[in-house]
Design a protein around this ligand. Structure first.
Ligand SMILES: *[C@@H]1O[C@H](CO)[C@@H](O)[C@H](O)[C@H]1NC(C)=O
Ligand SMILES: *[C@@H]1O[C@H](CO)[C@@H](O)[C@H](O)[C@H]1NC(C)=O
Ligand SMILES: *[C@@H]1O[C@H](CO)[C@@H](O)[C@H](O)[C@H]1NC(C)=O
Ligand SMILES: *[C@@H]1O[C@H](CO)[C@@H](O)[C@H](O)[C@H]1NC(C)=O
Ligand SMILES: [Ca+2]
Length: 289
């Protein structure tokens, strides 16, 4: 009986949701307060006092990355296949000048948490020598706020699925499907929270990405893309975010984040996430055309 009680309380202890730990391959960050040890910050990324993760401020030509500190086992080591996984996060982009935000944010799955990418349209993911190379083994879901012809961008307000390259394998103008399955445009640089979901069904080789300005997940994904991620991913990969500015710039934030292997990532409640700070007041002269 005593050993049963010890066992039982140990189970209880383990199953108490700990927002900062990876339990059963699951992450849940309703904000990032006091999480410096679990989230590795690079370059200009920082966690602000209210718990919001600021990937970049709105200065020219900066970049920032934030990765979960431990690698995630994406593949079944027996058969080498990537498992079902899903992630959800809330982001906010506050442009320095109205209608001229840059350059964007990318949810990133990478073999390394020390990216050696460039700012501007490279989003901190790649540089001129490794852009487009299969040995990158890098996957990104980009929120791109500048149209860059070199990377075949469709417009200056789109999302895209990137594999080893900034030339997206699939992209769409930022939008979501409402309850009546009507497509509604979504402004990435509104400065308001945007929720995003990424779901990969390994048995179907199907990757869905969905975004919304509301807290509930739209029934239809914005992009549903057929891809086998098994040749792209290593067995262990790091997950996180990268962001960059150029001569067009924005403060770029992640408000909360969840992730799960072999199941649906926990739902984020936007009302309990840190709020997006107002536009940072520039001390110098800012010229907005
Ligand atoms: C890994 O794959 C093997 C062979 O397909 C299967 O038997 C096993 O259940 C899988 N393991 C997990 C953790 O999914
Ligand atoms: C480009 O990125 C690759 C991969 O991270 C790195 O090995 C290389 O040193 C980088 N090149 C430059 C010029 O930064
Ligand atoms: C997006 O929102 C920003 C900030 O409110 C505004 O300046 C810009 O005009 C909007 N863009 C579009 C295409 O509605
Ligand atoms: C992806 O979207 C399609 C189309 O709506 C849906 O049938 C499928 O169940 C979705 N898969 C996942 C893993 O969410
Ligand atoms: Ca793009």
């Amino acid at each position: 009986m005593a050993s049963f009680l010890i066992y039982f309380s140990a189970i209880l202890f383990i199953s108490i949701p700990v927002s900062s730990q990876l339990n059963d391959n699951e992450l849940f960050f309703p904000g990032f307060k006091d999480l410096c040890t679990n989230i590795n910050l690079h370059r200009d990324a920082q966690i602000e006092k209210n718990g919001i993760l600021r990937l970049s401020n709105d200065r020219d030509l900066v970049q920032g990355q934030a990765f979960y500190s431990l690698p995630i086992q994406f593949k079944n080591s027996t058969n080498g296949e990537v498992s079902f996984f899903s992630s959800s996060f809330a982001l906010g982009i506050v442009p320095r000048c109205p209608e001229l935000g840059g350059h964007g944010i990318a949810f990133t799955i990478s073999p390394s948490k020390e990216l050696k990418g460039l700012a501007t349209a490279y989003l901190g993911l790649f540089n001129k020598s490794n852009e487009g190379i299969a040995s990158n083994h890098l996957f990104a879901f980009e929120f791109d706020t500048v149209q860059t012809p070199d990377f075949n961008d469709i417009d200056g307000n789109h999302v895209g699925i990137d594999i080893n390259s900034l030339i997206s394998r699939a992209s769409s103008a930022a939008a979501y499907f409402d309850d009546s399955s009507t497509k509604q445009n979504l402004n990435l640089t509104s400065g308001k929270p945007i929720l995003a979901w990424i779901d990969y069904d390994a048995s179907e080789n199907l990757l869905n990405v969905t975004i919304s300005p509301h807290s509930f997940k739209p029934r239809l994904p914005l992009l549903s893309f057929n891809v086998n991620l098994s040749p792209i991913f290593h067995e262990f990969m790091y997950i996180g975010f990268s962001s960059a500015t150029g001569l067009l710039s924005s403060s770029q934030y992640i408000l909360g984040w969840s992730f799960k292997i072999n199941g649906r990532a926990g739902a984020l409640d936007p009302s309990s996430l840190p709020s997006i700070p107002d536009k940072i007041e520039q001390t110098g002269l800012t010229i907005c055309l």
